[in-house]
Design a protein around this ligand. Structure first.
Ligand code: URA
Length: 190
């Protein structure tokens, strides 16, 4: 049932040329993971590897995200439904514009409503700004919990691209904080 609805939304995305990203994409990057998962994670936008494969978070940042997820005792394929704020790669991996995000927003909202997760994980500043407002600072909202769409719990984690530039795993470091966040998310969905 969910799969069928999601297939319908994906089909719409694949024929979408409402913004200029449609002209330069190789593939629409719709989702990965489990439509019945309790955790829905929203990243920023596809990069080159994602554009080439049509799968979110498969490049260097994605591999780090997967590693952190698995190290926290969660399964990427079983516990997560993974998608992005925009479904097509912005050229040169620039941050998607507010207009591009707005144009793509309905696809994302329909994905969220269909999956109906127990928790939404906003991964990185672009994703967090889409739901919490452009004024937020990622370091201030990370690890905090919110309610979205009236009643869905949501929390914020650092983007793995940021973690790729910050190698330390010492207590208090961004990687350490992200692990703590993932442990909390794991407890939350029990
Ligand atoms: N970064 C994202 O935000 N999403 C992806 O799918 C890949 C990298």
């Amino acid at each position: 049932m969910k799969e069928k609805e999601l297939e319908g939304i994906k089909k719409e995305c694949c024929s979408c040329f409402k913004c200029s990203l449609g002209k330069t994409r190789k593939n629409v990057v719709f989702s990965d993971g489990n439509a019945d998962a309790k955790i829905l994670l929203i990243g920023e936008a596809p990069g080159a590897d994602e554009d080439a494969t049509g799968i979110p978070f498969v490049g260097r940042a994605g591999k780090l995200l997967t590693k952190l997820i698995e190290e926290s005792g969660l399964s990427r394929q079983k516990d997560f439904y993974i998608c992005n704020t925009v479904k097509c790669r912005p050229p040169e991996n620039r941050v998607p514009t507010d207009e591009e995000k707005k144009i793509c927003e309905n696809y994302l909202i329909n994905q969220i409503k269909t999956v109906n997760p127990k928790v939404i994980v906003l991964c990185g500043a672009t994703s967090a700004k889409s739901f919490l407002g452009n004024k937020i600072k990622i370091s201030e909202v990370r690890g905090k919990w919110y309610k979205l769409f009236d009643n869905i719990d949501a929390t914020v984690i650092f983007h793995p691209s940021y973690l790729l530039r910050n190698h330390s795993e010492l207590e208090g470091s961004p990687r350490w904080l992200t692990k703590q966040d993932l442990y909390k998310i794991k407890e939350f969905i029990k």
